[in-house]
Ligand binder design. Structure first.
Ligand SMILES: *[C@@H]1O[C@H](CO)[C@@H](O)[C@H](O)[C@H]1NC(C)=O
Ligand SMILES: *[C@@H]1O[C@H](CO)[C@@H](O)[C@H](O)[C@H]1NC(C)=O
Ligand SMILES: *[C@@H]1O[C@H](CO)[C@@H](O)[C@H](O)[C@H]1NC(C)=O
Ligand SMILES: *[C@@H]1O[C@H](CO)[C@@H](O)[C@H](O)[C@H]1NC(C)=O
Ligand SMILES: *[C@@H]1O[C@H](CO)[C@@H](O)[C@H](O)[C@H]1NC(C)=O
Length: 675
């Protein structure tokens, strides 16, 4: 056994210490409870950091389209040390071409013989994070896989060698093309694991010289992975970290018995108003206090997706308006700073952590060189309810807490103090305020703790509440919008503001085209991926303002599948994310068999109009769809094709383009005029 006291024992020690204190103090004078911070009997677990998750899926989609300086400012709030959230960990999705909550993220291998490490934006994001914090820990995790990985089955483990090679290629590509060292890799987000696959992944990593890349399993619940690890020593050798999702701050005995690092590898998932900030404050402390978890990762990093997609604004901050430049630094940024600015991965928790007598919790960490950081939260039930985790009952009242510094900390004379107050009653919150340092007298200090506060007390003098001038005001998506896909940012494969919900739409260049369609947007999937959500059978990318009702959408389209091909433009598309299959709207389709259709849904079940169009594959056509009140009409190549289709529902939604199936097709001169 190493220096770490068994967690259960630590808990007993803590409880009995508190009992002694409570019993030992005369009840009448007890206006303050005492808590001891001591390293004399050894330390707790090593701290691994606080992180954010980009992906699972497409949660950073709109961030990349912000103009400077706003984009860099947002990145600074997230990653710059001693500035804002100062994150220790960035976890990203290994794009798998499929819908993974708020969109699809492109794979580095759409097809078996295809490799491209410049798709999507996660490479860019990791580099930007690393630029700001060279020590940031990078993690990759797949949610979905291209169809060929599963040989047509919705299952990635029948050919585990193929899946392992596919994942390891991504890690090698990160190093080779972007000089990024991925330190941890996961299995299959919130889906089954397969022990044989995990061992093969370990073997494939080692064989590729990636012995240093550690494996997290299984990004789901504590069980069955914990028990499996206890029963299978070979698997246990392969896995370094047990990552659980939304653990509700607790763990299970089997997980503790493995002696593995325990992480909350996905957590939070709460609307980022003050209640979300309160949730985050509570779990950042209590994931260790209750569950001995040494890392907590927020889903998601930054809410940079259309707010009407599922889980709108569940990020540490909000950056969902690249067209205006507006972003909002929400309370979770400053709550994160309370921990991240005053600890680093490699610091160690003290054993003396716990709950406060009248609700709330405290943790303490040390760098082993005499520095001490204490984080205290007193979140009440009303104001810190996370959306996802099961709740433990917890009641909080205002209280005085006296902390006794012992062991290496007995000689500390002064601690810096940072405070956040949610102040739900006055609605005047203040976040991450630096107060006057507290003097330590006879090794102790007392805090008067109100409800819904967070305190950091630390020997470090380095904290900073970073600030930029206010960004531009919020504005709606422009009513007039066009993209001919000719001007592109070479760093990205996707056109601004298009949010793929099934399929992958990429910039495409046809150098043999003599005409105006050299640069287009192309749907590139030809096979249904190994999905994580229920992707549609069609492909679809949405764009614009969800409130749009009356508008004209037009687009040049080019089918690349003879006879069975089909493409559409759409308006009032009302759903995305995991609900994409049931999206309604007004969809104007043309098919390569020379027909057209107007449907009220993406699935094409409710037909509003249909007929002959003369459209064929490998020729460009211009589709124009106008929706006004309850009526829709369509033009083909500028000539009326159908009109007065009656549209009762939905009344508003995004514009969109897409294809009838997983088939190649191109789009050009996308144009919206909304009223
Ligand atoms: C605390 O950390 C600072 C900054 O890393 C370091 O310079 C100092 O030596 C550490 N120890 C103490 C006791 O302050
Ligand atoms: C918290 O308060 C509620 C009612 O105010 C009570 O029902 C519950 O038992 C209390 N929980 C704890 C852990 O004290
Ligand atoms: C905290 O201590 C102060 C005296 O320092 C006392 O007035 C106050 O009532 C105490 N608060 C609580 C909740 O015990
Ligand atoms: C590229 O352009 C040429 C010439 O117009 C055309 O024949 C061909 O189908 C195009 N290919 C693709 C993939 O768009
Ligand atoms: C859309 O058009 C209908 C009919 O012309 C009108 O009643 C409605 O107010 C319009 N909606 C908006 C948002 O302009």
């Amino acid at each position: 056994m190493d220096l770490r006291v068994s967690p259960v024992l630590a808990l007993i020690l803590r409880v009995s210490a508190m009992l002694v204190l409570t019993l030992g103090a005369p009840a009448v004078l007890c206006s303050s409870e005492e808590y001891i911070l001591n390293d004399k009997d050894g330390l707790g677990r090593e701290f691994d950091g606080v992180g954010g998750l980009s992906g699972g899926g497409a949660t950073s989609r709109l961030l990349v389209n912000y103009a400077e300086p706003y984009r860099s400012q947002i990145l600074d709030y997230l990653f710059k040390p001693n500035f804002g959230a100062s994150l220790h960990i960035l976890k990203v999705e290994i794009g798998g071409d499929a819908q993974t909550t708020d969109g699809t993220e492109p794979s580095h291998m759409h097809y078996e013989n295809d490799e491209n490490y410049f798709r999507g934006y996660e490479w860019w994001l990791m580099k930007e994070a690393k630029k700001r914090n060279p020590d940031i820990t990078l993690i990759g995790l797949p949610w979905a896989f291209p169809g060929w990985v599963g040989h047509g089955k919705n299952w990635p483990y029948d050919f585990p060698d193929i899946t392992a090679t596919y994942v390891v290629n991504w890690i090698i590509g990160a190093k080779q093309y972007h000089d990024l060292d991925i330190q941890y890799v996961g299995i299959w987000n919130e889906r089954n694991y397969d022990s044989k696959y995990i061992k093969l992944l370990r073997y494939t990593l080692d064989k590729s010289g990636l012995e240093g890349v550690r494996i997290i399993a299984s990004d789901n619940l504590w069980e069955p992975i914990s028990l499996t690890l206890l029963l299978d020593p070979e698997l246990s050798t392969a896995v370094d970290v047990i990552g659980a999702h939304y653990p509700g701050t607790t763990t299970v005995l089997d997980a503790l018995k493995t002696q593995k690092k325990l992480w909350s590898s996905e957590d939070y998932s709460s609307f980022n108003d003050e209640v979300g900030g309160g949730c985050w404050a509570r779990i950042l402390n209590q994931n260790y206090v209750n569950g001995l978890m040494t890392a907590t990762i927020s889903w998601n990093l930054v809410a940079s997706y259309y707010e009407k997609l599922p889980f709108g604004r569940d990020g540490l901050m909000t950056a969902e308006e690249p067209w205006s430049g507006n972003y909002v630094v929400e309370s979770p940024i400053w709550i994160t700073a309370h921990t991240t600015q005053f600890t680093q991965p490699g610091w160690t928790y003290l054993q003396t952590v716990g709950h406060l007598e009248h609700g709330g919790s405290y943790v303490a960490l040390t760098d082993g060189k005499g520095n001490l950081t204490v984080v205290i939260e007193t979140m009440t039930h009303d104001h810190s309810v996370c959306v996802r985790p099961p709740l433990l009952p917890f009641n909080v009242t205002s209280q005085n807490a006296t902390f006794q510094l012992k062991g290496s900390f007995a000689f500390i004379k002064e601690l810096q103090v940072w405070r956040s107050q949610f102040n739900f009653k006055t609605k005047k919150p203040s976040f991450f305020e630096k107060l006057a340092p507290v003097k330590i007298i006879d090794g102790s200090f007392t805090l008067n703790l109100a409800e819904d506060e967070v305190y950091t007390l630390t020997t470090l003098t380095t904290g900073q509440k970073g600030v930029f001038p206010a960004p531009p005001p919020s504005a709606r998506f422009p009513k007039i919008y066009k993209d001919d896909f000719n001007v592109r940012n070479p760093e990205f494969s996707e056109a601004p503001d298009f949010a793929d919900q099934t399929g992958v739409f990429e910039y495409f260049m046809n150098l043999t085209d003599p005409g105006p369609h050299v640069f287009t947007l192309r749907q590139v999937l030809t096979q249904r991926p190994v999905t994580w959500a229920t992707d549609a059978d069609q492909t679809v990318s949405v764009i614009g303002d969800y409130q749009w009702q009356n508008l004209t959408v037009s687009c040049d389209v080019f089918m690349e599948t003879v006879k069975t091909g089909g493409v559409f433009v759409a308006a009032r598309v009302d759903k995305g994310g995991q609900s994409i299959r049931s999206a309604k709207g007004v969809f104007f389709w043309v098919f390569a068999d020379g027909t057209y259709k107007v449907t009220n849904d993406l699935a094409g079940q409710t037909v509003l109009a249909e007929g002959q169009s003369g459209t064929l594959a490998f020729g460009w056509h211009t589709l124009t769809l106008t929706v006004e009140g309850q009526f829709a009409s369509g033009l083909l190549n500028g000539y009326p094709l159908w009109k007065n289709a009656v549209v009762l529902m939905p009344q508003n939604g995004w514009a969109a383009v897409g294809t009838r199936s997983f088939e190649l097709a191109q789009f050009d001169n996308f144009n919206v005029v909304a009223k």
